[in-house]
Design a protein around this ligand. Structure first.
Ligand code: ATP
Length: 259
């Protein structure tokens, strides 16, 4: 079943066509890789599917609903979460507070509900909600084997843990679909191996994953399906094996990587 798709998605900046008429499909329950050389349009496509940017043409559908142009917070509440290429943690906050912020983002609307007249009721409600948010964040940290680090400041974590903490924060919004933008960037081989296991574990929870990644070992090992962009256009789509042997892909991308 297709959980998300784009139809003819195009994003033009002035004269630059960053993404051109891309039809991209994400199948529910799978890990989809999005690869391509630098400047191919991967992050632009991510931004246009997650509400950080609006396509100049084309459509985005989530569970068959047209979400083109929806703002990021609305898309998040519908069940799509993401991480970014660069680390965006609150470095002076604790590890668990960073995860709780993700959960607050999801529940924020309800927490503000009965603002004035129901202030006492809402105080009790917020206390309860805060405890639930803490418990939930705690269980996500256990999932990431970071339970013992929950009171550390985020800035004191080793790099690989910081990147995984960002994923934990995104998961705290309870998404059905998770976008990861270069999750292994800057990781050493041990950290990358740990990340691969983590991503598989997330998929096994039933969460659909789309990832942009330059690390070919990671992409080829964990993706069920891969889409390749080149100069803003879709060049190929298939299993890792099909992509590995696609002459157009080898010329545009993998060939260069193997040099
Ligand atoms: N806000 C913008 N204004 C103008 N041009 C942009 C903007 N964002 C992206 N571009 C251009 O669009 C093209 C695609 O960029 P994008 O960042 O999406 O590529 P990418 O595949 O994610 O690259 P990388 O692997 O290096 O992160 C590039 O030529 C880039 O310079």
């Amino acid at each position: 079943m297709t959980i998300l798709e784009t139809e003819g998605l195009t994003r033009e900046y002035g004269g630059v066509i960053a993404v051109s008429k891309v039809d991209f499909q994400v199948e529910s329950g799978l890990i989809t890789g999005l690869i391509g050389p630098n400047g191919a349009g991967k992050t632009t496509l991510f931004n246009n599917m997650t509400g950080l940017d609006t396509p100049t043409a084309g459509k985005v559908f989530f569970n068959n609903k047209d979400i083109t142009g929806y703002p990021a917070h609305k898309i998040c509440r519908m069940g799509i979460a993401r991480t970014f290429q660069n680390i965006r943690l609150f470095k002076e906050l604790s590890v668990i507070e960073n995860v709780m912020i993700g959960r607050h983002f999801k529940t924020g609307k309800d927490a503000n509900k009965g603002r004035f007249l129901n202030s006492l009721k809402s105080y009790v409600y917020l206390r309860q909600e805060e405890e639930e948010i803490y418990e939930k964040a705690d269980s996500w940290l256990d999932f990431f084997d970071m339970g013992s680090l929950k009171n550390e400041l985020a800035k004191n974590l080793p790099y690989g843990h910081q990147r995984e903490l960002e994923i934990a924060r995104a998961l705290a919004t309870e998404p059905k679909l998770l976008f990861l933008d270069e999750p292994a960037a800057g990781m050493n081989p041990q950290e990358t191996d740990h990340l691969m296991n983590t991503i598989r574990k997330i998929r096994d929870l039933g969460i659909t994953i789309v990832l942009i990644e330059h690390d070919m070992k990671l992409v080829m090992n964990i993706c069920d399906t891969i889409t390749v962009l080149n100069y803003g256009q879709k060049l190929a789509q298939g299993t890792p094996m099909q992509i590995k042997h696609d002459p157009g892909v080898i010329e545009a991308y993998l060939g260069k990587e193997e040099e």
